[in-house]
Ligand binder design. Structure first.
Ligand code: ADP
Ligand code: MG
Length: 358
């Protein structure tokens, strides 16, 4: 196989509001707008952004839990919209999802063993013995003892439940797992354990992850590349290293500055961000970030900035820092201060994000 495992092209999702029988929609929620990215086999692509930016909608579109308004999702170059039922079933084995709250996504009446072998049973006839062996193997893979097999979800800790959700996702040997805020509900120390588990599993099994989080501290630990979303659009996509070393989009910069710093030796700008994410029902004109952006100039209010490739391979949508015409993309090797810090007036709430201990 060549080319990326997953390719997303111009993915768009609009939810009509107030629509009903013989009723025209009153308005439209622009949850996802023109999102494109790809994921290589064995890679972790993170998607970050504040709540309401469309991250979960992207996850649902990838898993085909909702249909796109526009754009395509390709697996190994094949458009999933064009698959027949049999092909769709085969494809579903290869892509699995882990949700934020393992408690509500796990059937409370099934034992841990039943929960993790349930997906396999939907695809194959298996004997009791085979299922038990599989359950024991999967529990071991996620660092749980096979004694846990008979437990109900209510008898497990939050971290154990999330391990169970991961074991369940692994049961069909997928090529890709979409994790939507999968560690966000966990204590920081448990978060770090689960992240380490994911990294180990990826190394052993070569699985690709689409890892969705509002928490940049978490993303830094696990991501190979990071897509930053703002109001339904990707505003910057870069390698994890490049993004954290030198954010280019002002929104990325304030997000990073707002995240707690796990490494005390690293200097980060104390940049406060003002305001809230505007509504995707009536998004601001031009660059959706312009009302909150201290660098905004006239054209930011008028034109949606295109994603422009920079010298280091990242893409950025910003009229000021990544102009599509005129000034060539600035090399990032030019030194740490070449862009100058973004300074905003109002402080951001101090408890944003959470620290990852390693
Ligand atoms: P995130 O996961 O980044 O917090 P979501 O993808 O959940 O963001 O939501 C993006 C936007 O789409 C939000 O404004 C949300 O209210 C809206 N939205 C999500 N699902 C629906 C739906 N089924 N109907 C209408 N609006 C929706
Ligand atoms: Mg979400």
């Amino acid at each position: 196989m060549s080319g990326p495992l997953l390719t997303v092209e111009n993915l768009t999702k609009h939810y009509p509001l107030g629509a009903g029988f013989l009723k025209k929609p009153v308005s439209v929620v622009r949850a996802v707008e023109d999102v494109s990215f790809s994921v290589e086999a064995g890679e972790t692509l993170c998607i970050v952004g504040e709540s309401g930016c469309g991250k979960s909608t992207v996850a649902r579109l990838l898993m085909r839990l909702v249909k796109p308004t526009g754009g395509r999702v390709l697996i190994n170059g094949t458009d999933i919209a064009g698959l027949n039922n049999r092909e769709l079933r085969a494809w579903r084995r290869r892509m699995q999802m882990v949700f934020q709250d393992p408690y509500s996504s796990l059937n409370p009446r099934l034992t841990a063993g039943q929960i993790i072998t349930e997906p396999v049973e939907n695809f194959e006839r298996t004997s009791r013995k085979q299922r038990q062996a599989l359950a024991a193997d999967l529990l071991q893979k996620v660092g749980m003892s096979s004694e846990m097999m008979q437990r109900l979800p209510s008898g497990l800790s939050g971290g154990q439940r999330q391990r169970l959700g991961i074991a369940r996702a692994l049961s069909l040997n997928p090529s890709l797992i979409v994790l939507d805020e999968a560690v966000s509900a966990l204590d920081v120390s448990v978060q770090a354990q689960i992240l380490n588990l994911l990294v180990d599993l990826q190394q052993q099994m070569g699985i690709a992850f689409v890892f969705i989080s509002h928490d940049l501290g978490v993303v830094e630990h696990i991501g190979h590349r990071v897509a930053v979303m703002y109001l339904g659009r990707i505003v910057e996509l870069a390698t994890c290293e490049a993004l954290f070393a030198k954010p280019v989009h002002p929104y990325t910069e304030v997000l990073i500055a707002a995240a707690p710093v796990p490494d005390p030796t690293r200097v980060r700008l104390a940049v406060p961000m003002e305001g809230e994410v505007p509504s995707p029902i009536n998004p601001p004109s031009g660059c959706a970030f312009h009302p909150r952006c201290p660098l905004a100039v006239e054209c930011c209010r008028i034109e949606v900035p295109p994603l422009v490739p920079m010298a280091d391979g990242r893409v950025v949508a910003c009229h000021v820092r990544a102009p599509a015409t005129g000034t060539p993309a600035r090399p990032t090797a030019a030194g740490n201060d070449s862009l100058g810090p973004v300074v905003m007036s109002e402080p951001l709430s101090p408890d944003r994000g959470s620290r990852v201990h390693r």
